[in-house]
Write a protein that binds this ligand. Sequence first.
Ligand code: PEP
Length: 255
Amino acid sequence: MRKKIVAGNWKMNLLDEEVINFIVDFNSKKNSIESEAEIIILPASIYLDTMISMPDWDIKIGAQNCSQFNNGAYTGEISAAMLRDFDYDSENLHYCLVGHSERRAYFNETNFICADKVNRLLENKLKPIYCCGEELKDRESENHFSLVQAQIEEGLFHLSEDELKQVVIAYEPVWAIGTGVTASSEQAQEMHLFIRTLLDKRYGDEVANSISILYGGSCKPDNARELFNQTDIDGGLIGGASLKVDSFIQIINSF
Ligand code: PEP
């Protein structure tokens, strides 16, 4: 059985007080969570400490980014070793996004930079949530499969079987992120199956069937159930709808 996961990517939203209010509100409603999905929240790094320090907060936490370098003169960067070090005693910090389309677009992250980030995270016992997905122009020119194939192969296929098993993949068509336009469940399932088939060809079916592949892109309470019902969709990476406790819980309950 693959792990079902719902991860909330808060991006550059919520200040400290709002983070605390979210946690208090979420904790007061957590009895309404019916699903066994693993729940992850990815706040801005400066608030990881707030989240980790909150009592009764048992969901998993992740960072949104880390440096591709080990350490050194990289002003403004946070290394994977620092993420691990800062949570060394509670071990609540488990995940880190890699290759979100906003980082690829605005910070020029290539597949090879993403591969380095994946390596740094695994060296520090953090699990990468590796994002891939095509822009609208790629889909319109029917280039979407080869683009996603390159993202997967160049970002992940240097890993050993055991290393790959630590990775979660998130398919996020760029044209669906923050736009209100969702991929249809057929479009999403088609790409998820394509990705799983790539994993199967390179690593075999045992590995391919053990990797959770999340869908992201305007996933909301009213479309999550249909998306999560697809054979190869193991949950969601949620942006806007993860900022409100009620919509986030409704999505978590959509399996
Ligand atoms: C995201 O940024 O990963 C995302 C899926 O955003 P949204 O849900 O807002 O489209």
